[in-house]
Design a protein around this ligand. Structure first.
Ligand SMILES: [Zn+2]
Length: 244
């Protein structure tokens, strides 16, 4: 039992009778999978440290060449309990975790992804800016994968009088170009927020709160942009939208 790592649990999945698989974003390593034996028994002492969205320290013996590591013990660093007690927060945190799972490869570590994940989970856990945190996380992921939308001028002609967004063209579109390509017409406040979110870095999150409220529409727009350009589908987002 020589290996200790800190990570955030993205997902827990039932495995065999009393076990569970933990999909974890681990500091300095990236995505890792642990098998937590006996964790679904009533008296498991590791159960609370293995819940989704919890930041924990994991004690295990590293087995070289194995895709699943066997967990001995887990202890909580940050529980983020309030997320699991609130339907919307729970769904939003699941969307964030599924994005990391779908976008990052095994053992691909990115410090900014880890930092952003911690910031938004802490946010979900502590206040009600849920729409901002989820939109902000998407914007940061767009940066990580290098597909930020053009939000300074029309992506086709450079005109600065913007009336909407084209997912296909990758950003703002002006009225004239909007007649040539398919666009999503958006109100000025939504266009402004879309620009702010996509220009912001981690240190700007507090400033972004001044521009609240962030409507559901902006969250959908950000997620649609990401999914379109990465060709991914987020089951947790679909599930949330079916329910509300
Ligand atoms: Zn144009």
């Amino acid at each position: 039992m020589n290996d200790r790592k800190v990570g955030i649990i993205l997902k827990q999945q039932d495995y065999r009778e009393n076990d569970a698989l933990l999909f974890v974003y681990v500091h300095d390593i990236g995505k890792m999978t642990f098998v937590a034996r006996g964790i679904r028994k009533m008296n498991s002492k590791n159960a609370s440290a293995c819940l989704p969205f919890t930041e924990s320290e994991f004690l295990y013996d590293h087995k070289e060449g194995s895709s699943i590591q066997s967990l001995h013990q887990a202890s909580i660093i940050q529980s983020h309990r309030k997320i699991r007690e609130d339907f919307k927060k729970n769904c939003y945190a699941s969307v964030v975790c599924e994005m990391i799972d779908k976008i990052m490869d095994e053992n691909e570590y990115d410090e900014s992804v880890e930092e952003c994940l911690k910031i938004v989970l802490k946010g979900f856990d502590s206040d009600s800016h849920d729409n901002l945190y989820l939109s902000f996380f998407v914007a940061q992921m767009l940066k990580v994968v290098g597909i930020e939308p053009q939000v300074d001028e029309c992506v086709l002609c450079g005109n600065q009088k913007i009336i909407g967004i084209s997912l296909e063209e990758g950003g703002f579109v002006c009225e004239a170009c909007g007649k040539e390509v398919k666009i999503l017409k958006k109100s000025v406040p939504i266009l402004k927020q879309f620009r702010l979110l996509n220009r912001a870095s981690l240190e700007h999150l507090e400033i972004l709160k001044r521009y609240a409220p962030y409507e559901d529409e902006i969250v959908s727009l950000m997620i649609d942009f990401l999914c379109y350009h990465l060709g991914i589908h987020l089951n947790s987002w679909q599930l949330y939208n079916k329910t509300v």
